[in-house]
Design a protein around this ligand. Structure first.
Ligand code: AMP
Ligand code: ZN
Ligand code: FE
Ligand code: FE
Length: 299
């Protein structure tokens, strides 16, 4: 069975529609797919319709921006009720923070003699509600200021570059609590990706586990083979579920094709059990899976 629990559509900063992401998953023989756009459930209903049509089991999720010890930590949240008021309020704040940051990024760039307007960025984002650095990068590519998203990040938008601006993000521990109270399960995305390797060591994982964390994403393109084996050992040690996923962004991120990393059926079962327990404890109306996990052919 092929299980991929981390993907993005045009609703955030992917380049394909939710329908196209689901269809591509089906074409690549993925049995279980989670759509996890940044900070929003806006793609869920379209993805659910597509999943039903093509027979992919869909897990509704999102990737929420949080902060732990001053560093950005992305939290994958699965099967949660996005209307739970305290959670919805935080997601609203994160969105508002993205908007105010955009103006600050553009003025930093202008100070360096690089001129991109909010309109140009919003045009790149199209109907997307989640404006992010990737859309600023796309606007710079459209203007031929840089050749690719990667170059835009490396030269202008990464944390140590002139265009970078911090934006609002709730504390990781607080967000884990909100996800659980909304009936879902929380998994840290790429824990040893770009900026968080130094902080997310055993002690942090233990304290996040105590805060209610369900798992960590072990198999991810940002992790080397050594990272993966170390993280797998840590997950086992600390009692966290270990997932593996693509973090697909369509053409927006190279080398992240759907299914390039997978989650095992055993780990998926543990994740779903955790979400089910949180759903019962919370009493929230959580989204069901679309379709069923084909446990029978767990090969
Ligand atoms: P934002 O949410 O606006 O902070 O942007 C985060 C998004 O930018 C994520 O989807 C990342 O995958 C993407 N991103 C971050 N750093 C880079 C990079 N160096 N190259 C390409 N994409 C990046
Ligand atoms: Zn993204
Ligand atoms: Fe991420
Ligand atoms: Fe992601």
């Amino acid at each position: 069975m092929r299980i991929d629990l981390h993907s993005h559509s045009r609703v955030s900063d992917g380049t394909s529609s939710p329908t196209e992401v689901v269809r591509r998953a089906a074409a690549l023989d993925i049995d279980v797919l989670a759509l996890t756009d940044h900070d929003t459930p806006a793609g869920w209903s379209e993805a659910a319709d597509a999943a039903e049509a093509v027979g992919v089991c869909l897990v509704r999720g999102m990737e929420i921006s949080t902060k732990h010890q001053g560093r950005g930590v992305h939290l994958l949240a699965y099967l949660l009720d996005p209307t739970y008021p305290p959670l919805a309020a935080e997601l609203g704040q994160i969105m508002a923070g993205r908007d105010s940051r955009l103006a600050a990024i553009l003025s930093n760039l202008a100070a360096e003699g690089v001129y991109v307007s909010q309109d140009e960025v919003r045009r790149q984002a199209g109907e997307h509600q989640v404006i992010g650095r990737p859309h600023v990068a796309d606007a710079m590519v459209a203007r031929k200021i840089v050749g690719s998203r990667q170059e835009a990040f490396g030269t202008w938008l990464d944390p140590d570059r002139p265009g970078f601006v911090v934006r609002y993000a709730p504390a990781t521990t607080d967000m884990i609590g909100l996800v659980n109270a909304a009936g879902g399960a929380a998994v840290i995305a790429h824990p040893w990706g770009r900026s968080s390797r130094r902080i997310l060591q055993r002690d942090s994982l233990l304290s996040l586990r105590s805060a209610g964390l369900t798992g960590i994403e072990v198999d991810h393109q940002d992790h080397s083979a050594e990272d993966r084996s170390e993280l797998r050992g840590l997950a086992r040690d600390v009692g966290l579920v270990a997932t593996g996923s693509s973090d697909y962004h369509g053409d927006g991120k190279v080398d992240h094709e759907l299914g390039c990393n997978l989650t095992t059926p055993e780990e998926l079962r543990r994740l779903l059990d955790s979400a089910a327990a949180n759903a019962v404890a919370s009493g929230r109306p959580v989204p069901a899976l679309v379709g069923e996990v084909p446990w029978g052919d767990a090969s």
